[in-house]
Structures are given as structure tokens and as C-alpha cells.
Design a protein around this ligand. Structure first.
Ligand SMILES: Cc1cc2nc3c(=O)[nH]c(=O)nc-3n(C[C@H](O)[C@H](O)[C@H](O)COP(=O)(O)O)c2cc1C
Length: 184
């Protein structure tokens, strides 16, 4: 059976790079599902991820119909409860705060609340250098690490907002390599 990876996309510029992550994982014979915050859908269309993964993309914690089938009626549980790895990429400052504090008010952070205990949890921060250097953002990242999450990046370099420093999301290939290592 293919390993299952759930990708949580949150609302940062680097969301376009996550399409490449999904594409590479699919090529590596991984069963990939994608959940997106409302903000993420402002940066990249759910259709892109649906086309790459050939799976339905979830953008809300509420079902889009009342069919009664469990995987339709409980978006906050399926596919999250079945994932072997959960990867938040890009992880915004906002999503780090929510994940670190157990919020459940969007489909990405709510999925995180439904993961199996042995599911690998990975976050890939991406933001402006001054955001990344805020003590509250670092504190939230530290909290996630203490809870067993793995952090990938951010890297130092040119940032989309026109500044330079730490804040770039790691390259899709580097992230994919670590994901594959964690599930195979
Ligand atoms: C053009 C633009 C780019 C943004 N890029 C980032 C980013 O790279 N990282 C980040 O943490 N927030 C970024 N933000 C702010 C987030 O989109 C905002 O905090 C949003 O509420 C995050 O929602 P989410 O965490 O639910 O996806 C950006 C906002 C705009 C308008």
C-alpha cells in the first residue's frame, strides 16, 4: 500500500512551491492529499493541487454536501486520521501559532488535531525575516519542536517581499527528500 502524506498549505507566497512538492511526491508513488487554509487559496488555486494529486482538495472544516458518507461529512478527520506524515508547507506565522496552541478553526490546524500519534509531523516556515525573528514566532516554533514536530528551514536568501535574510521556504526537493526519508 502507498504511504499517505497529507500536505497542509497555508497563506504565504511560497505556496506556489508546494505544487512542486506535491508533484514530486506523486512521482515517488506517495498517496498525497492536500488541505488548504482560506488564505492559501488566495495564493494558489485548489485546482492546481487537485490536478497534481488527482484527489479532492479540502479548504474548509465543513462538508460541501450532506451525503452522509464519513469521508465527506468529516473533513476534519479524513484524510487526517489516516496520514503517515503531515507536512505544513509553507507554514505561516499565523499557522505556527495555531498549531502550537491546538487551534481547530481551519482545515489545516484542525487536521493536525486528528493525526495518529505516530504520524510524522513536519513544518516548513516561510515568511519575511522580521516576522521570522519575532520572539513569539520563534517561541511557537520551539513549542512545536518540543511536541515532536520536525522543522525544515527556513533558509537564508532573497525574500519575495524584497528583503534578504532567513525566511525562504526550503527547496521543494530538499523537503521531499526529508518527507520520503520519514515514510519509507
Ligand atoms: C502578499 C502577501 C504575502 C504574504 N506572505 C506571507 C508569508 O510568506 N508568510 C506569512 O507568515 N504570512 C504571509 N502573509 C500573511 C498571511 O497571509 C496572513 O497572516 C494570513 O492570515 C495567514 O493565514 P493562514 O495561516 O490561515 O493561511 C502574506 C500576506 C500577503 C498579503
Amino acid at each position: 500500500m502507498k504511504p499517505k502524506v497529507l500536505i497542509g498549505v497555508t497563506g504565504g507566497i511560497a505556496a506556489y512551491k508546494t505544487a512542486d512538492i506535491v508533484s514530486q511526491l506523486v512521482k515517488a508513488h506517495v498517496d498525497v492529499r492536500v488541505v488548504m487554509t482560506e488564505a492559501a487559496t488566495r495564493f494558489i488555486a485548489p485546482l492546481t493541487f487537485a490536478a497534481l494529486s488527482q484527489q479532492k482538495v479540502l479548504t474548509t472544516t465543513f462538508p460541501d454536501n450532506s451525503s452522509g458518507e464519513k469521508d465527506v461529512i468529516y473533513p476534519h478527520l479524513y484524510p487526517a486520521t489516516e496520514a503517515d506524515a503531515f507536512v505544513v508547507a509553507p507554514a505561516t506565522a499565523d499557522s505556527l501559532a495555531k498549531l502550537a496552541h491546538g487551534f481547530g478553526d481551519d482545515i489545516v490546524c484542525c487536521s493536525a488535531l486528528s493525526l495518529k500519534p505516530d504520524c510524522k509531523r513536519i513544518f516548513c516556515p516561510a515568511m519575511n525575516v522580521q516576522m521570522w525573528e519575532q520572539s513569539i514566532v520563534r517561541e511557537n516554533s520551539r513549542k512545536l519542536l518540543e511536541m515532536g514536530w520536525h522543522q525544515i528551514g527556513p533558509e537564508k536568501g532573497w525574500l519575495a517581499c524584497g528583503t534578504h535574510g532567513y525566511g525562504r521556504m526550503s527547496s521543494p526537493s530538499a523537503i521531499v527528500q526529508i518527507i520520503l526519508h520519514s515514510i519509507f
